[in-house]
Design a protein around this ligand. Structure first.
Ligand code: NAP
Ligand code: ZN
Ligand code: ZN
Length: 352
């Protein structure tokens, strides 16, 4: 076994603390990655604090992982020692169901194996995530990272990037579309960059007026303060597509009112109940659609990373020491991050 060091949550209320555990030695199809950087997704906070009522402790969060390949199994042909590599939200799936066969492993009908807060496939052992120094993953769930990009700023692409890229591509967003991104956080700032790069007219819908300048810098053509009814009214029935990244249950009605006939609002943020109730009339009166979307498949993740390398797109990050992870969680809750915290894993070796 490989000795690993990381930070873990042990219950919903206590801070994350240093944690020693073991990883398997690489099997024939496995890649061992020495982790260099790991992003902090709002999902890490939800899961560490058991917001989704499915927490398994001890929990080593982290699913925005980039690092360098340190060893490969004898059957591995996609990677060699020294390559840069990334791991996102999934480390395995059944590989045989229709979703897996279509490259949509995130919708595996037999249950995808998430990177953490999950049990390893065919085992009772817990899966531990990227707030750690090393990870061992089947090569089919590892993606290639271009050395052209700033590595720490690539890490958030593995979740925030693919979660916004996938719906924009699935709904074929591009030139001639008016697209709204709701919430300028980790996901939202990638949504703005991608929608802009795909040629859409981008409107940032934010509750934070002080983020307007950044929104424009990131690629928004216009900024709307979503708490200002007059501003929202000016955009009524005008959007082709809305990407909603708000992390908690919220009122969808002001947003469905912004959709054109036949337009779609895609939820990626709230995984819990949405309140107050949704007005049926608002949807019926314009043949509008509300949809959801989860991360993206492995092939699609590689496509997104290749697009980023070609267009020089990365996340805007604040690099932190792992010892600051609990302070970072508090700042994330206060909406005080521009626009993704990324843990510099070299700091694991310094005193706790
Ligand atoms: P984040 O960095 O905290 O950003 C969320 C943004 O939403 C905030 O910056 C804020 O933007 C806005 N916001 C926060 N609370 C709000 C409220 N009560 N009402 C209205 N707006 C609010 O979070 P993130 O990492 O982007 O994650 C967003 C959500 O997506 C989380 O729930 C996460 O679990 C989920 N997620 C889903 C998937 C998936 O596969 N579907 C993947 C990754 C993450 P403004 O200041 O601009 O208003
Ligand atoms: Zn995530
Ligand atoms: Zn499957």
């Amino acid at each position: 076994m490989i000795s690993a060091q990381g930070y873990a949550a042990h219950d919903p209320h206590s801070p994350l603390v240093p944690f020693a555990f073991e990883r398997r030695e690489p099997g024939p199809h496995d890649v061992r990655i020495d982790i260099l950087h790991c992003g902090i997704c709002h999902s890490d906070l939800h899961q560490a604090r058991n917001d989704w009522r499915n927490a398994l402790y001890p929990m080593v969060p982290g699913h925005e992982i980039v690092g360098r390949v340190a060893a490969v199994g004898e059957q591995v042909n996609k990677f060699k020692v020294g390559d840069l590599a990334g791991v996102g939200c999934m480390v395995d799936s059944c590989r045989t169901c229709s979703s897996c066969r279509e490259g949509l492993e995130q919708y595996c009908e037999n249950g995808v194996t998430f990177t953490y807060n999950a049990r390893l496939r065919g085992s009772d052992a817990l899966a531990f995530g990227g707030y750690s120094d090393v990870i061992v993953v089947d090569e089919n769930f590892v993606v290639k990272i271009s050395p052209k990009l700033d590595l720490k700023a690539v890490a958030p692409l593995l979740c925030a990037g693919i979660t916004t890229w996938s719906p924009l591509r699935h709904w074929a967003v591009g030139v001639g579309h008016k697209v709204g991104v709701i919430g300028l956080g980790g996901l939202g700032h990638m949504g703005v960059k991608f929608a802009h790069a795909l040629g859409a007219q981008v409107v940032m819908l934010t509750t934070s007026p002080e983020k307007a300048i950044d929104a424009v810098r990131l690629g928004a053509d216009e900024v709307v303060l979503s708490t200002d009814r007059a501003q929202m009214k000016r955009h009524a029935r005008s959007f082709d597509f809305l990407l909603d990244t708000i992390p908690n249950g919220h009122d969808l009605n002001p947003y469905t009112a912004l959709l054109k006939r036949d337009a779609t609002l895609v939820l990626v943020g709230a995984l819990t109940e949405l309140t107050p109730p949704l007005s049926g009339g608002s949807l019926i009166g314009g043949r509008k659609r509300i949809a959801g979307s989860a991360i993206g498949g492995i092939a699609e993740t590689q496509e997104m990373l290749d697009f980023c390398a070609e267009h020089g797109i990365v996340s805007d990050v604040e690099s932190i020491a792992i010892q600051s992870v609990n302070a970072a969680y508090e700042r994330l809750l206060k909406n005080d991050v521009k626009y993704r915290f990324v843990i510099d894993m070299a700091t694991l070796k310094t005193a706790p």
